[in-house]
Structure formats: structure tokens, C-alpha cells
Design a binder for this molecule. Structure first.
Ligand code: ATP
Ligand code: MG
Length: 602
């Protein structure tokens, strides 16, 4: 393609709408254009990148025996009502765009396709003889994200590959899950990305596990904890660890003490001259369930530790049934305004004990009248501890479970693991931290959707049982931008060769020079004929300006038909290393072929 004939517009300045480097660079390079909140046009060069990523994904999916299909984006509400997700997706979470058609039927734009594929399997899979089967598609998804941001990273319309597998039993699911794990690793390696596979939160359904594939980058929204021995890596949402040891308590007798102005752990520990590892802090949460009920949750945890809200959400979701609900919609730390809606009197914030009286709750139809009390393993282990006295300005020291405070029945692990903690698998290893961009997620679903939607098959014993399912997603458009986030420099994008929009760009410093133009035309034709995807910068602009653009758009190899032409040579510059060399014109094609093959080898 000739730049003079392309829709090619680059920007000198960073666009104000972009915060992170990859978003700025994609806009500046003219690869994407914002159309609306979380909505982007993929312009021709970006579309080439997306097609390359898709093709790598397709090849690796096909290699596992998965079959490509295309499912509808416009989905009838009934399917989502059958699975029980319509209300949560369209109202509670509101992630799904919903609409009503001309005959007043409710429809949704697909944020994901479990319902549709389960409906297909319900109709078509009758017998264990048809199993296992794995179907995938590469398609635009719609999600009304609360906070669309960072360009393609979190869009409201984005491209995903999603696959769904069906099995007769868990063992068969595990086999496909392992194959998909392998395929995902190959996809990311082939795309030239540094990544880490991590244990991921599977939500309250638990299932038998899930993994995320994180592209390592500082701007990543996710925190990863891992050990140097390579045996443990997990999303912080899911990570477990051994907490630091608690210091032995110096308090011998249980007594109430005046501790004025100690409403933070720091002030309290300074006042009492004790370690936070001797303190039980009590954190109040407000949970809203899908039946409209509000639940007040008191979590007791060792004061040097933090509550992991994902783990807490999972624990609460498991117990939603006790309150006549199916799931949890929101979990927050109630502010003063929220407290007013249910508190009978001002709470002793900063001085609460695990036994905070239920009469702090005014009650009412939509509020559960009793605190749901959780105690974390770190708090259970403490003796002679310090905690609040349920009265502003007072604490209790030297307290013990069973004597001074009833140990809450709900004993849980809701602690946030953190860098520096010892690893569970080997306490000599400590957890390290890194940031990542979630590019993919593979998930053992089990029978959640098949049971809900009545997708059964006849097993070998002749019984009708629900299909066992897995699902596997990879964000094609997010991955493409994440590649830029991981690979760029001050001058622009440095595309990994395998997904670069073009392999090479021939730059003519001066188009008025007939020799330069002729040599460039010849190289351009020969390179393209040899399968090396090449651009020709034949624009009537200054050489320096063209070099800047070539750097900005990140084409891996730049060929300049400049001064050394008189010796039968051209300058070839590698974008990633900036290494420059003079090559005889006739050696260019074979050299680039070799470089490209090397760069794409995994
Ligand atoms: P996140 O936690 O980032 O919202 P998710 O858990 O909702 O992701 P999945 O439902 O597992 O994501 O979707 C599979 C993949 O699709 C993700 O791993 C990610 O690469 C991509 N993806 C999800 N949401 C978006 C989005 N809003 N924009 C771009 N890509 C997305
Ligand atoms: Mg999401």
C-alpha cells in the first residue's frame, strides 16, 4: 500500500482523552478513532492487526479440534430468563444492552454467549457419543461497562474469541481445559507477548477452577502475586498466602481502657504501644441482595491485614439463599448517608467490637435485623487481643475468644494476600507482585447453565444428565492494544512482528529524485511479491517527517532509498533495536524474510 493513497493521519500531540501510553499511541498513529464512550472505529492498519491476532487465535483453536461458528449478537430475553441472568445483567449489574423489538419482545445485545450456545447444545446434543465438542467464534461483544476507559482495553463494543465446550464428565472437561490452556499460551507467545497464567477468581459458583492470562504491563488493572520458583501465580483477587506471624500479646488481663482519639489502627497502636498483629479490627460492610434486601456484615480480621472484597463477595453469595435471594448485587462500606437508612443510633466507628449489638440496626422490611458476623482465620488465631469496646474512645485489651467474645460462627478466609507474604506451597518463598492486563480467561463451568436451561444428554448408563461445560474467552481487541502497552518507546509503537500491520516500510527521502523513486518502487514490488507486507512512503514530505511517522506507527523494518543508492545499497533500520545497516539492494528481500521468520518463531 502507498501512503500517498491511504487514509493516513497522524497526530503530533498526545490527545487529551487518553491516559495510558498505548491509548495515546493508537490515537496518534491514526489506528483508531473514538466514536463515542467506549466505542471506536478500527481504521485500516488497526484492522490488519486485529485480523492477524484473530488468525493466530483461529489457528490455535483449530489445532485443539475446536470448531468455528458464529452465534447471533441479538439475543432473545427468554434465554437469559431461563438461565436466571436477565435481571442481573440488564438491571442489577446493567452490563447488558437491552432493547425491545417492534412486537415488544425483549432482546439483548450479547455480552457473552453461554445462553445461546447452551440452547444450541440442548437441541442438538442427545448422546454421550456426540461428546466432547468445542465451538468457538470471533465476534463483537457489547457490554455497557460502568467505566469504559483506556481505549480498546475496556470498550463497550469489543472483539472477543469465545469458546464453549460440552462434556459427558468432569474428566473430559479437564482434558479440554488443559488443551485450551496450552492454546492460550501459544497464542500469546506467537503474538510476541510477555505474559503470566494465573489462578483466577471463579466467583461464587466456584467450579473446579479458572485461569487468567495476564499480559505484563505497568498500566494493567490487575495485580498478580507470584513466587520466584515459578510454582505459584494468582490474581490478588484469588491469591492465598501465609500472613506474617503475630507478635505475642503483652496484655494479660481483659479490661476496658480509655483510648481517646484512637479511631484508626495506627493511632490505637501508638497509644497502646502494641502491634497491629495483636488487634482484631471489625470492618462493616453493606451488602445488597438481588431481592432488594440489605444485609449488614461485620468482618473481624487481624488489624495488619485487609479484607479481600472479592473473597467476601463469594462468601456472601454462597449465603444469599439464607436470605431468600439468589445473588449479591452490591457490596460497599456504608458511608454516613448509607448508615442513616438503617442505623438506629450513631455507630461507634473506629471502636467497634466483634459483638457490636444488633440493636444498632433499626430494622425495617428491607434490612436484615441482625449483623452477619464473619471472622477471618487471622483473627481466630489471636489470644489476649485488643479490640473495640463499642463505645467511642474505648477499647478492650487482653480479650480472648470464648471468654470475652463469642467466636462468630462464620469462619472464613477473606484476607487479601500481599507482596512479602510467605507462600503456602513453600514458606521459604515470598510473594512478589506485578501488574497485568487480563487478555484471556478460561473457566470450568460445570453444569450451571445446562442445569438451569435443561440441556441434558443420555450418558453411557442410559440416564439423562446435564452437560458439563467449559468456557474460554480471549479479548482480541484488548490484546492488540495490550501489545502496544507492553511494546513501545518514546517515539511510538514497536509492534511485535507477528501482529504488525505491515512488516516493512520503504521510505523515499526525496520523491523528486528519480533514482530514489525507481529503487523504492522496485523494492516495494519485490517485497510484496515475496510475501513481505510492505508500505511505500511516497508522500511529498520531508524525510525527517516520514521517519517520525514510520517510528510512530511501529513498522518493524524501515528501508530507506537514500544516499548509499549510488553504491547499490539501501539503509535498513530495525524499529525495536534501532539498529541500522546498509544492505545491497538485492539482499533486502532474503534478509527480511529471514528476520521475519526468526521474529515469529516461538
Ligand atoms: P474484566 O474483569 O477485565 O472486566 P471479564 O472478566 O469481564 O474482564 P470475560 O467475561 O472473561 O472478561 O471476557 C473474556 C475476555 O474479553 C477478557 O479476558 C478480556 O480480554 C476481554 N474483555 C472483557 N471485557 C472487555 C471490554 N470491556 N473491552 C475489551 N475487552 C474486554
Ligand atoms: Mg468485565
Amino acid at each position: 500500500m502507498r501512503l500517498s493513497q491511504m487514509l493516513f493521519v497522524t497526530l503530533k500531540e498526545d490527545p487529551s482523552e487518553a491516559e495510558i501510553p498505548s491509548h495515546k499511541l493508537l490515537l496518534r498513529a491514526g489506528l483508531i478513532r473514538r466514536i463515542g464512550r467506549g466505542i471506536y472505529a478500527y481504521l485500516p492498519m488497526m484492522w490488519r492487526v486485529l485480523q492477524k491476532v484473530s488468525q493466530i487465535v483461529r489457528e490455535e483453536m483449530n489445532a485443539t479440534g475446536a470448531q468455528e461458528c458464529l452465534l447471533p449478537q441479538l439475543q432473545p430475553a427468554e434465554l437469559w430468563q431461563e438461565s436466571g441472568r436477565w435481571d442481573t445483567y440488564t438491571k442489577a449489574e446493567g452490563i447488558m444492552f437491552a432493547l425491545s423489538d417492534r412486537v415488544q419482545q425483549d432482546m439483548g445485545l450479547g455480552p457473552t454467549h453461554e445462553e445461546v450456545i447452551t440452547a444450541v447444545a440442548r437441541d442438538m446434543v442427545r448422546s454421550y457419543r456426540q461428546l466432547p465438542v468445542n465451538l468457538y467464534q470471533i465476534q463483537t461483544k457489547f457490554r455497557d461497562e460502568i467505566r469504559p476507559r483506556f481505549g480498546l482495553m475496556r470498550g463497550r463494543e469489543f472483539i472477543m474469541k469465545d469458546a464453549y465446550s460440552f462434556h459427558a464428565d468432569e474428566a473430559s472437561l479437564k482434558e479440554t481445559y488443559r488443551a485450551m490452556d496450552g492454546a492460550y499460551r501459544k497464542i500469546l507467545s506467537r503474538c510476541g507477548l510477555a505474559f503470566r497464567a494465573v489462578e483466577a477468581d471463579s466467583g461464587a459458583i466456584g467450579g473446579s477452577g479458572s485461569q487468567e492470562f495476564m499480559i505484563l504491563a505497568e498500566a494493567g488493572e490487575d495485580e498478580i502475586l507470584y513466587t520466584a520458583d515459578g510454582r505459584y501465580a494468582a490474581n490478588v483477587e484469588k491469591a492465598v498466602s501465609l500472613p506474617a506471624d503475630a507478635e505475642p500479646s503483652t496484655f494479660r488481663a481483659c479490661e476496658k481502657r480509655a483510648t481517646p482519639d484512637t479511631d484508626t489502627i495506627e493511632k490505637l497502636c501508638a497509644f497502646l504501644q502494641c502491634s497491629p498483629t495483636q488487634v482484631v479490627k471489625n470492618v462493616l460492610y453493606q451488602a445488597v441482595l438481588d431481592n432488594g434486601k440489605t444485609l449488614l456484615v461485620l468482618v473481624s480480621i487481624r488489624a495488619d491485614q485487609d479484607v479481600n472484597e472479592v473473597k467476601l463477595t463469594n462468601e456472601l453469595t454462597k449465603r444469599a439463599g439464607d436470605y431468600g435471594a439468589k445473588t449479591l448485587i452490591a457490596l460497599t462500606v456504608p458511608d454516613a448517608e448509607a448508615q442513616q437508612k438503617w442505623a438506629a443510633k450513631p455507630l461507634p466507628l473506629g471502636y467497634m467490637s466483634p459483638a457490636l449489638a444488633d440493636d444498632f440496626i433499626r430494622g425495617g422490611q428491607d434490612v436484615s435485623p441482625k449483623f452477619l458476623r464473619f471472622v477471618d482465620a487471622t483473627a481466630i488465631a489471636l489470644q489476649n487481643f485488643v479490640t473495640g469496646a463499642d463505645e467511642a474512645g474505648y477499647h478492650v485489651v487482653g480479650a480472648n475468644w470464648g471468654e470475652d467474645f463469642a467466636l462468630p460462627k462464620q469462619q472464613v478466609d477473606v484476607r487479601t494476600a500481599k507482596a512479602g507474604d510467605r507462600a503456602v506451597h513453600d514458606p521459604t518463598q515470598t510473594l512478589e507482585t506485578a501488574r497485568g492486563i487480563e487478555a484471556g480467561h478460561i473457566f470450568q463451568l460445570g453444569t450451571k447453565y445446562s442445569s438451569a436451561m435443561g440441556a441434558t444428554f443420555t450418558n453411557e448408563a442410559g440416564e439423562s444428565v446435564p452437560l458439563v461445560m467449559g468456557c474460554y474467552g480471549i479479548g482480541v481487541s484488548r490484546l492488540a492494544q495490550a501489545a502496544v502497552e507492553q511494546s513501545h518507546d518514546k517515539d511510538g509503537i514497536v509492534w511485535p512482528v507477528a501482529i504488525a500491520p505491515y512488516h516493512a516500510i520503504v521510505v523515499v527521502p526525496n520523491i523528486a529524485d528519480a533514482d530514489q523513486m525507481a529503487a523504492a518502487e522496485k523494492l516495494y514490488t519485490e517485497l510484496n511479491a515475496a510475501g513481505i507486507e510492505t508500505l511505500l512512503d511516497d508522500r511529498d514530505s520531508r524525510a525527517g517527517f516520514k521517519f517520525k511517522d514510520a517510528d510512530l506507527i511501529g513498522i518493524p523494518y524501515r528501508i530507506v532509498t537514500g544516499r548509499s543508492l549510488k553504491d547499490g545499497k539501501v539503509e535498513v533500520v530495525q524499529r525495536a533495536t534501532r539498529e541500522s545497516q546498509e544492505l545491497p539492494v538485492e539482499a533486502v528481500v532474503s534478509t527480511l524474510q529471514q528476520w521475519i521468520a526468526e521474529a515469529c518463531r516461538v
